[in-house]
Design a protein around this ligand. Structure first.
Ligand SMILES: [Zn+2]
Length: 298
């Protein structure tokens, strides 16, 4: 007897097979978009010589506007100290010295990769605030808005170490790590949507996202930290600070956090031992940068 088309559709085995085909197509479509997005937004960064993922539709001005918005929000929520206080003036002077060396250091690092610098930071409106807080933290947002938290002062202990931290933060902005994170988030959103639309159950989706976090996003974040350490160290050295202070600084930072994650210096940061080893291996080059670019004699 010929089967009635409706009864055929109600056969659960059959339905799941058809659903499976559609699911595969949806996944392929999203995967195709993900691959397209990934490859069409690769930019070579002259400073690191690395290919990175940055959304081409995100302009320097967009990035700056996002940074400014976040900065204003933070300043409204926190307590910035009076800019005439000695601590604020000291932080300002460290920032000025570092910023003055951004162009030469960028050009020197780009030249090491046989490239021209992008001069991306020329559109930055640099500004630094000191925020009253127990946190040993600092940041520099896209567009050049920076802050140092007073909790960092006792950990830094001296201006060389403070310059190492601030150089690290400036490097994040110069290397457009925020924009890279945004592009990665977009990719994970594509992945999440694909998972949801293809009918993956939430548990499966979570497993896939966790695998992506550990396999892709976390190593990426650690790589950013190492890059920021390197560029920041060269910047501090070129601005006549002593880069060797970086090693005891990160040791103190490890103790200060007592194994507990601080907002910026959190789990994304490489483990302290590896970080110190990396810094030590960068030291000869940092000292060379100091000799080359610091006008005062060593
Ligand atoms: Zn960092």
């Amino acid at each position: 007897m010929r089967q009635d088309p409706f009864s055929r559709q109600s056969d659960p085995r059959r339905r799941s097979r058809r659903g499976g085909g559609l699911r595969l197509w949806i996944l392929l479509l999203f995967a195709g978009y993900g691959v397209y997005y990934y490859f069409s937004n690769q930019v070579e960064d002259p400073v690191t010589g690395q290919k990175v993922l940055i959304d081409r539709s995100l302009s320097a001005d967009d990035e700056k506007a996002l940074g400014l918005e976040a900065y204003q929000q933070i300043l409204q929520q926190e307590r910035p100290v009076d800019p005439s206080l000695p601590i604020a003036r000291e932080v300002q002077s460290i920032a000025d010295r570092l910023i003055a060396k951004v162009d030469v250091v960028e050009a020197a690092l780009a030249a090491e990769h046989g490239m021209q610098p992008t001069r991306f930071s020329q559109s930055f409106d640099w500004e630094v605030s000191v925020i009253e807080s127990d946190q040993a933290n600092a940041f520099c947002l896209p567009g050049g808005k920076m802050a140092v938290y007073t909790g960092l002062v006792p950990v830094a202990q001296n201006e060389d170490a403070m310059a190492v931290v601030m150089g690290h933060e400036i490097a994040h902005a110069l290397l457009r790590h925020g924009a890279q994170r945004m592009a990665q988030q977009r990719l994970s959103q594509v992945g999440q949507m694909a998972g949801a639309m293809s009918g993956m159950d939430p548990q499966q989706q979570q497993m896939v996202m966790a695998a992506m976090g550990y396999g892709y996003l976390l190593p990426y974040a650690r790589k950013h930290e190492t890059e920021a350490d390197e560029v920041g160290l060269m910047l501090a050295a070129a601005a006549c600070f002593d880069p060797r202070e970086a090693v005891p600084l990160w040791e103190r930072m490890g103790e200060a956090s007592g194994g507990q994650a601080q907002p910026e210096f959190s789990s994304t940061h490489p483990n302290p031992g590896t970080r110190i080893q990396n810094l030590q291996s960068m030291m000869p080059r940092a000292l060379e940068y100091r000799e080359r670019f610091c006008e005062q004699a060593m």
